[in-house]
Design a protein. Structure first.
Length: 66
């Protein structure tokens, strides 16, 4: 009895996965776009961080301690 139920679940899951694979044939495009957007965001964050560090360093160097 349990073996039959497990076999039915396996067959259903196999059919479901096969259907999803047929349905989403262009999944790689989504992944590529996501990687590109993440790279753009990381570069923007680095540039903004660099600008902030430069401004803070300039301000700290301009403080007269005497």
């Amino acid at each position: 009895m349990l073996k039959t139920e497990l076999e039915l679940v396996r067959l259903w899951l196999t059919a479901h996965v096969a259907g999803l694979r047929r349905e989403n044939s262009d999944r790689g495009s989504n992944t590529s776009e996501t990687v590109i957007w993440v790279a753009v965001i990381v570069v923007a964050a680095l540039v903004i961080g660099g600008i902030i560090v430069a401004k803070i360093t300039d301000k700290a160097n301009s403080v007269n301690l005497q």
